[in-house]
Design a protein around this ligand. Structure first.
Ligand SMILES: [Zn+2]
Length: 108
């Protein structure tokens, strides 16, 4: 059980994988970092679209307070949009009230 101790924006010095969508971002990218304490100190890097998604639509992803399952947005896109859209597009869809793909041909 990790405890959140700090949240901030950084410009990254090396590449980091977003812990929500799994995309690897190069260095010099603005990312949001959540620092938690578990056995040691853990940093979770989150890209800007994912941060907005979990901020505005946390009820779709949150498990415990401030705790999101790893790769929660990647999994959501795979389950509801067949993995075909980006986090940016997912955010746009949510803003338009679209929670899953309307394309019936791609339904599981
Ligand atoms: Zn992301």
């Amino acid at each position: 059980m990790s405890k959140l101790i700090r949240e901030r924006f950084v410009k990254t010095r090396k590449s980091h994988e977003c812990c929500c969508c799994g995309v690897i971002f190069p260095s010099e990218t603005e990312m949001y970092v959540q620092t938690g304490i578990d056995d040691g100190i853990l940093n979770a890097y989150i890209c800007e679209p994912c941060r907005e998604i979990i901020y505005f639509y946390s009820e779709k992803f949150v498990k415990d307070e401030n705790q999101y399952p790893e790769l929660c947005i990647k999994k959501y896109i795979e389950e509801n949009f067949q993995g075909k859209i980006t986090p940016q597009e997912l955010l746009k869809n949510f803003e338009n009230g679209i929670w899953e793909s309307k394309d019936e041909n791609n339904k599981l």
